[in-house]
Design a protein around this ligand. Structure first.
Ligand SMILES: *Cc1c(COP(=O)(O)O)cnc(C)c1O
Ligand code: SF4
Length: 335
């Protein structure tokens, strides 16, 4: 049990914290003593409004317009600038949709869009333009998704993604995994979530109970881009997940102005190690409309990655990859 952990000292439960996220750029900037930045923030953030939990804001540095956490969530005028090659469906998700809410791109693995909802809105997110209204597996009580998985006998790993699957209630997650348990060929469950990082209170007793009772080995891929995101509460959440038998990995996105130096990435890997999380992927940005100002060109990305390779033990080096439409896997970035 985690009765003595800092998790139980959270003032609000995770749902209240989720609802209580900051959604007003003005409020966020006032909170950070950065009101002068307001003129760079668009009045309408193109259907993808600001959203950030207060627990994440608490890790931002006040008065620092270049704070790497702030940059990930603050809508800027640059997003509205059209850039050639940056499109609405950057990775071909719309064409890869097999059944309602199921993405099947790679052998043996199927990704379930469990929900469209996220606790945080990351400005670089490739799913910012996804029509989640119709296309989540939850749409009719998981029925279509589970029926598809049942007949797809070569699928042995289901990935819960979204959106963020941990933004579903634990009751909903239980409903889903009970359905999945009726599929004999599943061997592993993987969960892609940013909630243990941006809203660690989500890792509560109820969620841990659900996790411990699952019939498969569970892999949880969290998503942190900078060491500064990983405070004591995140550490406590990771340690609770590990104690329930989950294996923890991290994926990051290489982002201009956030983590585009070997120093920042080495610090991230070292901090992940301290939390018991294995660095997994460092993604090249998906070329999605509105995210061009985050791009680091491949030539520079490779240099940064080479410097990182020279600096870190091999097991702390994330794989530098990119998603290419139609490719059989995430592809290594090459010169
Ligand atoms: C990224 C991704 C996966 C997982 O790929 P791994 O290389 O196994 O991490 C699976 N399905 C889809 C649709 C994906 O986009
Ligand atoms: S949490 Fe993940 S899916 Fe949600 S906005 Fe951020 S990157 Fe996108």
């Amino acid at each position: 049990m985690i009765t003595a952990s800092p998790l139980s000292a959270q003032p609000l439960d995770w749902r209240a914290q989720f609802r209580d996220a900051i959604t007003s750029p003005r409020e966020l900037l006032a909170e950070l003593d950065l009101t002068h930045l307001a003129e760079r923030v668009p009045a309408d953030a193109a259907g993808f409004p600001l959203r950030v939990p207060r627990a994440f804001v608490a890790r931002m540095r006040r008065g620092d317009a270049a704070d790497p956490l702030l940059r990930q969530v603050l809508p800027l005028d640059e997003e509205a600038r059209p850039v050639r090659g940056f499109d609405l469906d950057a990775v071909g998700d719309l064409t890869a949709l097999d059944a309602r809410g199921v993405l099947h791109k790679y052998e043996g693995r199927a990704l379930l869009i469990a929900t469209g909802s996220c606790a945080v809105h990351c400005r670089y997110c490739f799913r910012r333009h996804f029509p989640y209204g119709e296309e989540t597996a939850a749409a009719n009580g998981w029925r279509d998704a589970v029926a598809w998985l049942k007949q797809a006998q070569d699928i042995d790993e289901v990935l819960l993604s979204g959106g963020d699957p941990f933004s579903l209630s634990t009751a909903k997650l239980t409903e889903l995994t009970q359905e999945l348990a009726s599929i004999p060929h599943l061997r592993r469950l993987r969960i892609h979530t940013r909630l243990p990082v941006v809203l660690p209170a989500r890792v509560d007793r109820e969620l841990l109970g659900w996790l411990a009772a699952l019939p498969w080995p569970v892999v949880i891929v969290i998503h942190a881009n900078h060491a500064q995101e990983l405070d004591q509460d995140v550490a406590a959440a990771c340690s609770a997940l590990l104690a329930r038998g989950a294996r923890l990995y991290n994926q990051a996105v290489l982002l201009r102005g956030v983590n585009d130096t070997p120093q920042a990435l080495a610090a991230l890997s070292e901090r992940l190690f301290a939390l018991g999380v294995q660095p997994y992927y460092l993604h090249q940005l998906d070329r999605v409309a509105g995210a061009a100002h985050f791009e680091v060109p491949d030539s520079e990305a490779l240099k940064i990655h080479e410097a990182l390779r020279a600096r870190l033990p091999g097991y702390l080096l994330p794989r530098l990859v990119r998603e290419v439409e139609g490719a059989p896997a995430k592809l290594p970035v090459s010169a």
